[in-house]
Design a protein around this ligand. Structure first.
Ligand code: ADP
Ligand code: MG
Length: 226
């Protein structure tokens, strides 16, 4: 479902990152584990087709990212990837339901009002549909963002530090919901984290370790990539 080979990314005015190879089956769970600056968000951006690898390649749901034209990438992403970003990017000017409706707009699909209600219901937040995001708690906002991420039944769910700003109860809920939602969609799940609570709760998951700074191994390296 996701496989990467010799994946590297060089920021034009920044560091070189190289990543260990990944093989993740459909329905599998992968943790990107590493501290701040180790390349977790970069890996997610490569998997989502938001950045293009400098060398090597990553194949997601049968699509080699390097072979996808930039024109096709947005439509592919909308159909394939459910992204839960670290900053949720919910628009405070729109209701919760209208935030979800934007997904159809971005994907060039007709809105399906029943699906929006169903997605909110599956995450226990249907009663919040008419609220504005600024009227939600952190845990509620994250449920809404997860409902938005899975609205089009993605094949892969990518979550960037989903527990970082949550207390223990909400963090546990978020992990349970992420796993339940992924298995309901039959989706593979990738969680970027350096939260010990996640590493303990998902001790069975496959791990891609990333290292920042001087540590050897995959992840951030100093100087040009050989
Ligand atoms: P993480 O998500 O694990 O904190 P990132 O993938 O965001 O790590 O960043 C990895 C490295 O790349 C860091 O050293 C960071 O400073 C650098 N970096 C991230 N984004 C950019 C950018 N747009 N331009 C230059 N360097 C960047
Ligand atoms: Mg990050």
């Amino acid at each position: 479902m996701i496989s990467s080979r010799a994946l590297q990314y060089q920021y034009p005015q920044g560091p070189s990152l190289r990543f260990a190879d990944v093989e993740l089956t459909q329905g599998g769970v992968l943790l990107l584990r590493g501290g701040s600056g180790s390349g977790k968000s970069t890996w997610l951006a490569l998997a989502a087709g938001l950045r293009r690898a400098t060398s090597g390649d990553i194949t997601v749901a049968g699509q080699a990212m390097g072979q996808l034209s930039s024109a096709a990438r947005d439509a592919w992403r909308a159909r394939t990837i459910g992204f839960l970003p670290q900053k949720l990017h919910l628009s405070d000017a729109l209701s919760v339901a209208d935030n979800l409706a934007l997904v159809y707009f971005a994907a060039g699909l007709p809105t399906a009002p029943g699906a929006i209600e169903a997605a909110l219901t599956s995450l226990g937040v249907a009663d919040l549909a008419r609220r504005k995001p600024w009227q939600l708690s952190g845990g509620q906002a994250q449920r809404v963002a997860l409902a938005r991420a899975v609205l089009l039944a993605p094949k892969v769910i990518l979550a960037d530090e989903p527990t970082a700003s949550l207390d223990d109860d909400n963090a546990r809920d978020a992990l349970t919901l992420l796993q339940a939602t992924a298995s309901r969609c039959g989706a593979s799940l990738v969680i970027a984290t350096h939260d010990a609570r996640v590493l303990v709760a998902l001790a069975q998951a496959q791990v891609l370790p990333l290292h920042s700074g001087e540590s050897p191994g995959p992840g951030l390296i100093d100087g040009p990539v050989p």
